[in-house]
Ligand binder design. Structure first.
Ligand code: PA5
Length: 354
């Protein structure tokens, strides 16, 4: 079957996706609402008064929750905030540091290691999890838990995880109140989801058409620092895990100081560049896209621009995340691979015990 025919055949799409990854992706608006409520209402959250710093610990699909907070609030909170993606808790963490352990399964070794050190040092700890060992240890030690709905792949629970964290941070007074913004972003995503769904034909469906544009080439995804950077990295990981392809992410302006040199004539012939754009980019960074893309195109790369929906940081970020996930599932369909299994990750966890 040709590309467009596969993408416009609802039966073929469903057969290729027996565990319902696309449904989970399109369910993002509901996840944002539910996650936020769950975070806001979590019992026994530590006080945010006098917090001097925040660390969000989490790997892969669960670490994205920290990236979302980082993209939205970097440099805008009164205290430093760090996302930690490894087994070591930063040395500065003490009793006035808020440490969030984010693990969907609750069984990830790096996150559990940070949780152990954080509770040992008397940090103000919150666990965001669907259960597992993290849930068990948190309950045993009286650590607050933001409960996350079970039954998803971690990466497909990004709305529950990120908005659960945002709701808890709001309830602790660590971030300013999001007020009606959560409902507003959920509506933006709902409207976007209608255009991204399986019934929406490739000709007018931005996710199907981006997947078709990638085709057999390797995707390179660029975004502007902050929101665009987090979105580009998330596109890369969704393309890796759902479509099972190597993919690469770069951030402007940094890539103008190194990566562009690698895109020498001929080097880009097997690649396609996707630039993720939004209206809140710093003007100096926005101004760099045309010439940077021009360099990339001279290497033989194809180029496609993808634009965020809405005009707030949260809607720009979440719409780009939703678009990337949908593109990765449609690319999986074009490649005839089931988006859900992640055999390599499972094997490594099995061999290393978590
Ligand atoms: O997508 C995935 O399944 C992974 O990236 C996981 O999120 C990662 O291995 C961490 O696991 P967990 O999210 O359960 O802590």
């Amino acid at each position: 079957m040709s590309g467009d025919r596969v993408l416009d055949d609802a039966g073929a799409l469903a057969a290729n996706d027996p565990s319902g990854m696309l449904d989970a992706v399109l369910g993002l608006p509901g996840q944002c609402r539910d996650g936020f409520r769950s975070g806001r209402e979590a019992a026994d959250l530590p006080s945010g008064d006098g917090v001097t710093g925040m660390v969000v610990c989490g790997m892969g699909g669960s670490g994205v929750a920290g990236d979302v907070v980082d993209a939205l609030y970097r440099g805008r909170l009164g205290v430093p905030a760090v996302v930690s993606k490894g087994p070591e808790l930063p040395e500065f963490c003490g009793k006035d540091t808020l440490v969030v352990a984010s693990s969907y399964s609750g069984d990830t070794s790096e996150t559990l290691a940070c949780f152990e050190v954080a509770t040992g040092r008397g940090c103000r700890v919150v666990a965001v999890t669907s259960g597992g060992e993290l849930g068990r240890r948190a309950r045993e030690r009286g650590v607050a838990v933001v409960p996350v709905r079970a039954g998803f792949q971690p990466r497909a629970a990004v709305g529950h995880l990120a908005f659960g964290l945002l709701g808890a941070l709001e309830a602790m007074g660590v971030i300013p109140s999001l007020g009606v913004e959560v409902e507003r972003v959920a509506r933006v995503l709902q409207e976007l989801g209608e255009r991204l769904g399986p019934e929406s034909p490739a000709s007018g469906n931005p996710a199907k058409s981006a997947a078709a544009a990638i085709g057999d080439r390797f995707p390179v995804v660029w975004g502007a620092e902050g929101i665009g950077a987090v979105a580009a990295t998330r596109w890369r990981t969704e393309l890796n895990e759902n479509a099972k392809v190597p993919a690469f992410a770069g951030v402007l302006p940094e890539l103008d100081h190194n990566e562009v040199v690698g895109w020498s004539p001929g080097a880009g012939e097997r690649f396609v560049l996707l630039t993720l754009r939004h209206p809140l980019e710093h003007p100096d960074v926005a101004a760099r896209f045309p010439v940077s893309v021009d360099v990339a195109r001279s290497s033989g790369m194809l180029h496609r621009e993808v634009r965020a929906e809405g005009d707030t940081p949260l809607s720009c970020l979440m719409s780009l995340l939703m678009l990337g996930s949908a593109v990765s599932v449609y690319l999986a369909a074009l490649r005839g691979v089931d988006p859900t299994p992640i055999d390599a990750i499972s094997r490594i966890k099995r061999e290393l015990g978590g």
